[in-house]
Design a protein around this ligand. Structure first.
Ligand SMILES: Nc1ncnc2c1ncn2[C@@H]1O[C@H](COP(=O)(O)OP(=O)(O)OP(=O)(O)O)[C@@H](O)[C@H]1O
Length: 346
């Protein structure tokens, strides 16, 4: 029987929940649709399907922005609804926590103490009956979930490219040696695509269309062959619906500034890496996680720019939550989970 021990990765784009002995039980868009600002109407993927389509009285909210809690009440409401299974059959049965549950929460490393505390308070002040709440630094969970041995005295460089953020972390002996959270990720790419399509084609497109273009055409390096994809939007001049054909070269141009910023930040961390750990990274390379690493040739770009080998994941969006799972399943990793009061967490 599954135990009431859960790991939660509250990402900007999606929420992932792991239950001890059951595995990943939830992976949904991290969104909530509210009617008249207070009545929850839909959660997760269902709320996302209403995004950019809802009338004025329905607000589709994204409670996490730039990796931190931007709307505490909305996030807490979502968690409570998921765990209480209030939405009946739509949610996995295992989520009905009942009471006395234990939680392991992944929290970005390079954020303020107040922002970290909010993740703890979210569960502690919720209506869920909790026995224990542990905080885990996201890069540590990420590295574990990616299959890296984080406990030994070997330097590991992990780059997580998500939706709003890119977190670059240097890990050794179960701790963070350095970490940098950039406010750049898949959403920035989508916004840049939106702007570039508007400028080049006089076409206003939604964020979902921009994301589709990215998924179809984005590449970390400029490809010789031209690939195209059609997108629908509103013509800026006529105001009428219109369809245009967008090329992979335009998408590359749109994303190049954000990609350069990510490369610069990786190089910055590498320059600040102590020499002994640099040797380890020379040997093992960089581990890439986060769903934005699905972008074609992004590994090649980082490899070319840093001269290091790249390790890619098959399910890069799930490494953090799987790492939380490993911590709760294996007592050897217990010291990687902290009380909020632990001095080694600050
Ligand atoms: N196949 C794909 N190609 C390109 N981008 C993708 C693909 N699949 C997902 N993405 C992008 O990955 C991003 C979501 O990544 P992920 O789920 O790792 O983020 P998150 O953990 O919710 O966010 P964050 O780490 O910023 O808090 C979105 O911007 C999405 O568009």
């Amino acid at each position: 029987m599954s135990e009431k021990i859960y790991g939660i990765d509250m990402g900007t784009n999606s929420i992932k929940i792991y239950q001890k002995a059951a595995g990943v039980i939830l992976h949904q868009k991290n969104m909530i649709a509210m009617v008249k600002k207070k009545e929850p109407l839909a959660l997760g993927d269902e709320a996302y399907s209403m995004y950019e389509k809802a009338p004025k009285n329905i607000e589709v909210k994204q409670p996490i922005v730039n990796g931190v809690i931007a709307d505490f009440t909305a996030m807490q409401t979502m968690i409570q609804l998921y765990f209480k299974g209030m939405h009946g059959k739509k949610f996995a049965e295992g989520l009905a926590a009942g009471g006395n549950a234990e939680f392991y929460i992944a929290v970005p490393s390079d954020i303020t103490e107040v922002e970290k505390r909010a993740f703890f308070d979210l569960i502690a002040s919720s209506s869920l009956k909790t026995k224990k709440i542990r905080i885990v630094e996201k890069p540590i969970a990420d590295a574990l979930g990616a299959g890296l041995d984080v406990m030994d005295a070997t330097g590991r460089l992990i780059v997580n490219i998500g939706a709003d953020t890119t977190e670059i972390s240097l890990i050794s002996l179960g701790g963070i040696v350095q970490s940098r959270l950039l406010k750049i990720g898949g959403t920035k790419f989508d916004e840049a695509i939106q702007q570039t399509v508007k400028k080049k084609h006089n076409l206003v497109i939604g964020m979902k269309s921009a994301e589709r273009l990215k998924m179809q055409l984005a590449s970390g390096i400029k490809e010789e062959e031209e690939i195209t994809y059609d997108v629908m939007g509103r013509n800026l001049i006529t105001g009428l619906p219109n369809r245009v054909t967008v090329t992979n070269h335009l998408i590359f141009e749109a994303m190049s500034e954000s990609l350069s910023s990510i490369i610069d930040a990786i190089k910055f961390i590498l320059e600040k890496t102590p020499p002994e750990l640099s040797m380890d990274i020379m040997h093992d390379g960089i581990c890439m996680t986060g769903a934005s690493t699905h972008i074609k040739n992004l590994d090649l770009l980082i490899q070319q720019e840093t001269g290091l080998s790249i390790m890619k994941m098959e399910e890069p969006e799930l490494t953090v939550v799987k790492g939380l799972g490993m911590i709760m399943e294996n007592p050897d990793y217990e010291r990687l989970a902290h009380n909020l009061q632990d001095s080694d967490f600050h």
